[in-house]
Design a protein. Sequence first.
Lengths: 326, 326, 378, 378
Amino acid sequence: MPKLNMVKALNLALFQAMERDADVLVLGEDVGVDGGVFRVTDDLQRKFGSQRVIDSPLAEAAIIGTAVGMALYGLKPVCEIQFSGFAFQCFHQIENHCARYRARSQGRFHIPMVIRMPYGGSVRALEHHSESEEQFYAHIPGLKMVIPSGPRNARALLAAAISDPDPVIFFEAKALYHAAKEEVPEESETVPLGRAQVAREGSALTLIAYGAMVRVALEAADVLRDEDGVDAEVIDLLTISPLDRDALVTSVKKTGRAVVVHEAPRSFGPGAEIAASIMDGAFLSLEAPVRRVAAHDVPFVGFAREKANIPDVPRVVAAARATLAF
Amino acid sequence: MPKLNMVKALNLALFQAMERDADVLVLGEDVGVDGGVFRVTDDLQRKFGSQRVIDSPLAEAAIIGTAVGMALYGLKPVCEIQFSGFAFQCFHQIENHCARYRARSQGRFHIPMVIRMPYGGSVRALEHHSESEEQFYAHIPGLKMVIPSGPRNARALLAAAISDPDPVIFFEAKALYHAAKEEVPEESETVPLGRAQVAREGSALTLIAYGAMVRVALEAADVLRDEDGVDAEVIDLLTISPLDRDALVTSVKKTGRAVVVHEAPRSFGPGAEIAASIMDGAFLSLEAPVRRVAAHDVPFVGFAREKANIPDVPRVVAAARATLAF
Amino acid sequence: MPRITLEPRFQVEYLSILDSDGNLDTALEPKLAGEDLRALYRAMVLGRRLDERMVRLQRQGRIGTFAPTKGQEASQMGSAFTLRRIDWMVPSFRETAAMIWRGWPIEKLLLFFAGHLEGGQPALDQHDLPITIPVATQLPHAVGLAYAAQYRGDDVVVMAYFGDGATSEGDFHEALNFAGVWHVPVVFVCQNNQWAISVPLKKQTHSRTIAQKALAYGLPGIQVDGNDVLAVYAAAREAVDRARAGDGPTLIECVTYRLGVHTTADDPTKYRTDEEVAMWEQKDPLTRFRAYLEKRNLLEANVEQRIDEEIAEAVRRFESAPPADPLTMFDHVYAELPADLKAQREAMAAREPAAPARTGEMPPPSPTPMRGQRLTRR
Amino acid sequence: MPRITLEPRFQVEYLSILDSDGNLDTALEPKLAGEDLRALYRAMVLGRRLDERMVRLQRQGRIGTFAPTKGQEASQMGSAFTLRRIDWMVPSFRETAAMIWRGWPIEKLLLFFAGHLEGGQPALDQHDLPITIPVATQLPHAVGLAYAAQYRGDDVVVMAYFGDGATSEGDFHEALNFAGVWHVPVVFVCQNNQWAISVPLKKQTHSRTIAQKALAYGLPGIQVDGNDVLAVYAAAREAVDRARAGDGPTLIECVTYRLGVHTTADDPTKYRTDEEVAMWEQKDPLTRFRAYLEKRNLLEANVEQRIDEEIAEAVRRFESAPPADPLTMFDHVYAELPADLKAQREAMAAREPAAPARTGEMPPPSPTPMRGQRLTRR
Ligand SMILES: Cc1ncc(C[n+]2csc(CCOP(=O)(O)OP(=O)(O)O)c2C)c(N)n1
Ligand SMILES: Cc1ncc(C[n+]2csc(CCOP(=O)(O)OP(=O)(O)O)c2C)c(N)n1
Ligand SMILES: [Mg+2]
Ligand SMILES: [Mg+2]
């Protein structure tokens, strides 16, 4: 099996989906000749032509809106929004149409499309290039919201998202693009959407994370094991919505304690639903309130202050200790 | 004191703010000659002229975007988005700019503007005319999110929102526009943003609601008193964000049980933050998980099915009973 | 080269064939068969009569808010008439006449306006999008459909409808720009009815015409008398043929007038004068076309009466539709119901009173439309 | 009236005064004082040299990603030069030369690109908006500023900058449309540098010029040689004067070229040829203007050297700026910190290592600008 970083793994998923199915198109700003600003669509235009890998004009709403039209016709567009910070420009097309066309047409139409976007911090970037907006999509009925945590599951999840008959918002952590290589099987591989994974088993406490924060949670678990002798379970959500509540509840019924970690601002964020769902399903097992480690409720802080804003290992460890000591 | 319905009460708040301060402008689709499709801005253009009460072209992003420019110059625009369902068209201007200009300019600029929108069900309307999108705004740092529950607090909160130096998203429940009249003092009145109110005192259970759902919660409290002999406290949030966590925690520390009611879809909705915040602050007092009564995680259902989707008294009562019986 | 005027000079044409005084430009008169002219007239009359019936149904509380067509029958039908069944129609929310013509059963539309989503479900063999409420958001969909047709090599043209107000939205701009760059077979039909609710055209845009907005995208734009069904037909015919031939998109501005309320929730006396309405009533598209048919001896007997009967029957069918089953709200959220929604559905089933029988499941959408020989000339 | 062409015919002009071969149209040559011409040249050179310095700083990791100006100095400076201090400048993200000219200290801009929000804070007496990253979103702000100025009766003009790619966004369209309807004193300056990252103009729009897009809004539009600082100045002068006189907005298209990378994260060799770049290097705005000044005996000695020293000093000041205090991220979220954020701030204070002293609080913004006699002619 070749070892690939996440960029190459995503590229492989796109390549294989396009090879298999002529209805799959790629559409976005700079996805063609340039291969995407992060090179995720590298070489696809050369292989599949400029009718299938489309360098669109600079207009997010029309990228999504025309893709809705293509999907209504039966194609399977995979759109790239250059940075998740620019997806508010097309938020009306996503909420009004991607999410609703199946319901509006009572099943006559459906929208088998994927919207890929790089999200999250770490690239020393300007405003709107480092935020985490998953909450906005998770709250929209009719969408699925997926965030992989490494090359292999990124490839498998993207393949699954492209095959999915419903619209999938697919966030890619910029922090992970070149972070690590993993063995990725050459033959195509999918994993079901909507299922969380236990990234590490444990019994004393459940750490819940996704995307770039999974690594932070795993490192925090190392610290807790090494310094506190505590055995933390780490759950990697992979799909944010529909949320795999069973996996969360099962884990917390075992551990009695949980900490959620995400890069999105804390208030009214994904951690709230995760915490509330755990309370719903595992109330009697809970030994402590579910704690949330998240970005602060502040707008963009500039990359000089980014480290202080995004959850890091010490903050997760501290929250875990407070939860254990509750 | 004259008795006014919510439409007239809001109109009064606008009128008085404009009389007092020449920097206050009103801007939106059909707000001038027509007085707004719900007549909230009725007669303002006749009184203040078409330069101050502006019938804009049909473009939500430019309504908000130009209002941002006016606010940067020192004016205090009050924008109307005709229905909250059409605010996704300007969501980028709200998130990118209204919420962030103070931070981006490090205090050199701020955005003293209000964005009014009718929201919620009950008017037998077409798609995008009956949804509840408060969660999207509550998750954006830098914004305030306000939802009154009756004519008097609507007037006072709108007055406070217009005076506030920061951007306020102001949702008006269509269900309440003509629902009831209340005595509204003629002299201008404000209430502080960010404070919840106890709409009814009780000790057995806390019902938390806002906007049109406050009435539902109060009626449910009546049923619980009459049929179960149970004394429910009802909290009217008034401001969704920043959330008055103290008020919630104080109440639940007393009652030990809580049910949240809202019209927005359940998953990743405002009820999640409310539940998680209560768990944070009152964990040891909680006798049962905080239950949520909300719309289902489905897109628009059509008004023929609306009653089955939006929380009603029986559902709230049932949730309260389940919580009490936990 | 100092200060020069760029050539070619940009220009926009205006087309009128049958004016409100009955003058006919025979050189431009489209060569339509008598049967076609009759069909056109019937569809226009149906639009008008249904409109009136729907206003009454709304006043009686049997349907909810809707946007009447009255006055715009020629703009809608002159254009929609040029489409074949395999072409796509992308409506806004005021195209009742054209939607019925395209095949929506009347009772289905009534059901839609009575708050039943079932009414928004196009038939499997119908190439029509359902009503879109958020202004202008349907325009990129039309461009995407046209792109897909071109991509697949299908001989299909897409026609999209919108109002004068819609031209202010960003989506209008982005859609036309994409259409221009992609050179796809789409025809944009603007029904400029002078008003966007209470906002008159001069407060909507400072451009003299809507048609000239095409220049911003390098597209042909034409302004037509939108109350002249022959002119609308001729302009649409030309645009559809151009699209079909691979020569790209066109913007057509139909200058017309909304004779009625914006929607049944609207009170137009707040913002416009009776004189203005009376002036436009003189230009009624039906009167003019009726006189033309009369002159050509093509008028059918009792056409209004037969149409009223057709409507009455549809209303009866509409009224005998079963009440809405709330549980179906879960049927079309995703292809497969996630665990959580299943639980929500079960909770509802437990609390709702026994519901009427479910309407039949929708069969899967039809496979790819036929592939033909499409050419793009660019 | 059958098929007619609407009058007046729409037209768009092209303006060039000093071409790349040094030919000068003396009839159109603006009457600028020698001191003004020198100031213009200094600002352009400063833009070029700072650009080069910033690329090095970026490569060394001392600042983050930024978008170089190289090649667009004439477009920026010819236009910004027409503004008075009380006028407003609304930049995009590539207007370094113009921003410095307007009064941004170099070290502040460097701080901005080093990820410190302090660098984005305009001075109290500066009528400049900070850099806006989301393409085209600043354009409605410019229109709103202009509306506010007109509302207050202030003698103020607003100039807004954006690229060719920005013209595809809905916000561009909506802003120009509002400006047309409101007839406000705003000048839209499009720096058409032929590329939006890797997308060439012909894939961006099918219109032949950007200038003609003005026709969609009933505005005057003009295309100028954007590498000819005299032509840009003349066109901007005319537009600014028109705006100031109450005659409404203008769209200026500066035809120019981005000689460097899109941003320091970009690799232009992926999408464009060396020959294309070389061809445009022949049209370098600096070379041309320098030759003109030389001919007029206006060239200062050692101007490049003095500018390099100025930059070097600013870099030194930038590098001695204190490290960012994380706690300040709570300072400018709201006027007053809500309870929750206070708690978040305290938690951070407890966990962060002792931070350097807070930078001084910002005094409240200045009161209303002076009111003058503005007239709108419409
Ligand atoms: C995005 C959006 N904003 C606002 C509305 C509310 N609204 C419905 S119709 C309408 C006016 C539309 O005017 P026009 O495009 O001219 O079409 P007409 O109604 O005249 O047919 C408005 C403002 C909407 N449906 N969608
Ligand atoms: C809304 C939005 N979409 C995408 C981007 C990413 N992006 C930054 S610059 C740019 C190209 C801009 O092209 P143009 O407007 O021509 O300006 P130029 O960079 O050439 O000066 C893109 C796509 C962005 N900043 N904002
Ligand atoms: Mg209209
Ligand atoms: Mg460019």
